[in-house]
Design a protein. Structure first.
Length: 302
C-alpha cells in the first residue's frame, strides 16, 4: 500500500516546500497537487511540482488531476517526461477529461459533451504513451479531437509514467478499466462513499473484458477530513468529511483496503498544515498497515 496527501497550490510556495519536506521525512509516498488553472488563487500545478521535486529526494508527485482540455497532449507528454527525468523517475500523471467546463471554456477551450471529452482523453493517452516510447521515433496519430502529424518521440521519461484517471460516471469508469494504469477516485463530494464499491466493480468488469487483470488497475481512495484528538462519527454514506482519531481513521481506511481493492490512500486535510500531514503519516498510516497485513484478499480477487 502507498499513502500520500493532496496539496492545494496556493501562492505560498515556502509553505508547500515545508509540507512536502515533512511528508517525505515522515515516510509518505505521494503528493497530489490539485490542478485548477482557471482559479486565480492557485498557481500552476506542473510548475509547482517542478520546484517541489527539487526540494525532495524520494517522495513522488502527481497532478490530482490534470485538466486535459487545457493542455495539448503532445506538450503534456513532454512536460511529464521532463519532470520525470529531472527527478529520477518521481512523477506520475493523474488526469481527467475535464470537470469544470464553464471555467475551462472561459479560458478559450471549446466545451465538449462528456462522451466526447472522454474520447478526447483516450486519444490523448494514446498520443502520450507513443511519445514516451523509445521504440517510436516518429508519431503519427489522427483522432477526432487530437492529432499529431510526424512528431518526433522523446525524450523518454526516466521510468514508465503511470496514467491515473479521475473517473466518475459509468462510461468513464469502464474506460479506466480498459485503458488506465489506475483510478484516482474523486473525493466523496463528487462520488459518495456508497458508490465506490459499484465503481470498483465496473472497473474490474471492464478490465476483464479487455483481457486485463483487474489488479493491474491501481485504486486510489481520496479521503477528505481532519485527524482529531477526540472521537467522532465516521461517515458510511454520503460525502461528509472523516473527522476522528488516528484509530478511527485507521479503521476507516483499513476497511476500504480489505473490502474494496484500494491500495493507495490520499489524505485531503480540511485545513492544510504540517501538523495534519505529520499526524496522518506517523499516527494513521502505521495503524492502517497493522490492520491490513500481507495476504489480504481484495474484493476483485475473490
Amino acid at each position: 500500500m502507498e499513502f500520500g496527501f493532496s496539496l492545494v497550490p496556493t501562492p505560498d510556495i515556502a509553505a508547500h516546500r515545508e509540507l512536502v519536506t515533512v511528508a517525505e521525512e515522515s515516510g509518505l509516498d505521494l503528493v497530489g497537487v490539485q490542478d485548477h488553472p482557471y482559479a486565480p488563487s492557485q498557481v500552476d500545478a506542473f510548475a509547482l511540482i517542478g520546484t517541489l521535486l527539487e526540494h525532495t529526494e524520494r517522495i513522488r508527485f502527481f497532478p490530482d488531476v490534470a485538466s486535459l482540455p487545457l493542455r495539448p497532449p503532445a506538450v503534456l507528454a513532454n512536460t511529464a517526461a521532463t519532470l520525470d527525468l529531472a527527478s529520477g523517475g518521481r512523477f506520475e500523471l493523474g488526469i481527467g477529461a475535464g470537470g469544470y467546463w464553464r471555467a475551462i471554456a472561459g479560458m478559450g477551450v471549446p466545451e465538449l459533451k462528456p462522451a466526447a471529452a472522454l474520447d478526447a482523453l483516450g486519444e490523448a493517452m494514446e498520443i502520450m504513451r507513443a511519445l514516451w516510447s523509445p521504440d517510436q521515433p516518429t508519431v503519427r496519430l489522427r483522432g477526432e479531437h487530437h492529432t499529431v502529424n510526424g512528431v518526433h518521440a522523446g525524450p523518454p521519461p526516466a521510468h514508465p509514467i503511470n496514467i491515473w484517471v479521475g473517473a466518475q460516471g459509468p462510461r468513464a469508469l469502464r474506460f479506466t478499466g480498459r485503458l488506465a494504469d489506475g483510478w484516482a477516485a474523486p473525493i466523496p463530494s463528487y462520488l459518495p462513499y456508497e458508490s465506490w464499491p459499484e465503481a470498483n466493480a465496473l472497473i474490474d468488469q471492464a478490465a476483464r473484458a479487455e483481457g486485463r487483470d483487474p489488479a493491474a488497475v491501481m485504486r486510489m481512495a481520496q479521503v477528505v477530513g481532519t485527524i482529531t484528538t477526540t472521537s467522532g462519527e465516521l461517515p458510511e454514506h454520503g460525502s461528509d468529511p472523516v473527522r476522528g482519531t488516528p484509530d478511527q481513521w485507521a479503521d476507516f481506511l483499513a476497511k476500504l483496503a480489505i473490502e474494496q481493492p484500494f491500495t493507495t490512500f490520499i489524505f485531503w486535510p480540511e485545513q492544510q498544515s504540517v501538523e495534519q500531514v505529520v499526524r496522518f503519516a506517523t499516527e494513521v498510516v502505521p495503524l492502517v498497515k497493522e490492520r491490513t497485513p500481507n495476504g489480504v484478499v481484495y474484493a476483485h480477487e475473490r
